[in-house]
Design a protein around this ligand. Structure first.
Ligand code: SAM
Ligand code: DTB
Ligand code: SF4
Length: 344
């Protein structure tokens, strides 16, 4: 555990707050401790999350990330939430891998609009070898040279592929655990939790930063949300980015008719993530079109400091950029400049 700075900086500091906020970078959180944080009275939870947030991050900055689906639909996996799974009739049109020129044009547009991170998503079970992979590597190389943080999410990855992406300048690799180990089997049957962890380990070994989070609103319980956070907070180092997605209900998927998720569940989960993974960037990811401005404000107050910016996520809508720009202006939040340490 890192030496706690509060001990020397703030004498007379409340011991309980100190206990949960100042265990900076713990990797031994128990599931019980995480569940207890998650269930704190919400004002208390938000207060503690704000304290951690302000100790580790600029208080009023938000990272702007742009997503692009570079290979869409027809995925052999059966993820029950996903409009791109070939197992369901969702109306998503299949598209083969986008050429580097088109990807770079999208990245240039994103950069001009203020995004500092560019994330390329592909509906693959695992990153392919051969020509297609070489083409992705080339896209990573060009976008990295533009001075943007580059993230990919291509499915499972081998050590050699992770290394090749690293050499091309990849900042981060997104591979979500999605939910708790216990609930996972209700959502995906075509690959295991352990396989997800193995890809995350390969990304880490290659020296690429890890972007790993989950989805709320799939019918999981509070205990499952604490279980997901426990898995994430037990990774050492913690994922540098933790995307918290609200399920986007896609017609044709098994989860199309899930009940609305109470946005306060997003708030609680983000606040708990902020406390247990103090240095990580917590991303208020998919699902913002279903949230009010006030709910998004609470997510920022809870410690979210990154969003996807642009009218589309991968295949589903995101808030209009003008509306997001207005929201940030009204809240007094500033778009983050390029990270000092890419991947933070
Ligand atoms: N195929 C790769 C994979 O699964 O790792 C990369 C692309 S996949 C679309 C990336 C992530 O998007 C998933 O892990 C999931 O967490 C998230 N996602 C997919 N569909 C979603 C939905 N309908 N709502 C919220 N998040 C979703
Ligand atoms: C993540 O956690 N959320 C993003 C990104 N990582 C790749 C994807 C959200 C996808 C939402 C559904 C869609 O647009 O297809
Ligand atoms: Fe395929 Fe990824 Fe969608 Fe699962 S989440 S079906 S792996 S694209």
């Amino acid at each position: 555990m890192d030496e706690c700075r509060h001990r020397t900086l703030r004498s007379g500091y409340n011991a309980n707050v100190h206990e949960s906020n100042c265990n900076s970078l713990r990797f031994d959180w128990t599931r019980q401790e995480i569940a207890e944080l998650y269930h704190l009275p919400l004002p208390e939870l938000l207060f503690r999350a704000q304290q951690v947030h302000r100790e580790f991050h600029p208080a009023n900055e938000v990272q702007m990330c742009r997503l692009l689906s570079i290979k869409t639909g027809g995925c052999p996996e059966d993820c029950a939430y996903c409009p791109q799974s070939a197992h369901y009739q969702t109306g998503v049109e299949r598209q083969s891998l986008m050429p580097t020129g088109e990807i770079v044009a999208a990245a240039e547009k994103a950069k001009a609009e203020g995004a500092t991170r560019f994330c390329m998503g592909a509906a693959w079970r695992q990153a392919p070898n051969g020509q297609e992979f070489e083409s992705v590597v080339e896209s990573v190389r060009v976008v990295a040279k533009m001075g943007m943080e580059v993230c990919c999410t291509l499915g499972m990855l081998t050590d050699a592929q992770a290394q090749q992406l690293k050499e091309a300048g990849l900042t981060a690799y997104n591979h979500n655990l999605d939910t708790s180990p216990e609930f996972y089997g209700n959502i995906i049957s075509t690959r295991t939790y352990e396989e997800r962890l193995q890809t995350i380990a390969a990304v880490r070994r290659a020296g690429v930063t890890v972007c790993c989070g989950g989805i709320l609103g799939m019918g999981e319980s509070d205990a499952d949300r604490a279980g997901l956070l426990h898995q994430l907070a037990s990774l050492n180092p913690h994922p540098e980015s933790v995307p918290i997605n609200m399920l986007v209900r896609a017609e044709g998927t098994p989860l199309a008719h899930q009940n609305d998720l109470d946005p306060l569940v997003m708030v609680r989960t983000i606040a708990t993530a902020r406390i247990v993974m103090p240095r990580s960037r917590v991303r208020l990811a998919a699902g913002r079109t279903q949230m009010s401005r006030e709910a998004m404000l609470l997510c920022f107050l809870a410690g979210a400091n990154s969003i996807f910016y642009g009218e589309k996520l991968l295949t589903t809508p995101n808030p209009e950029p003008d509306d997001d720009a207005e929201l940030l202006r009204d809240l007094g939040l500033s778009p983050m400049k390029q990270a000092v340490h890419a991947g933070d």
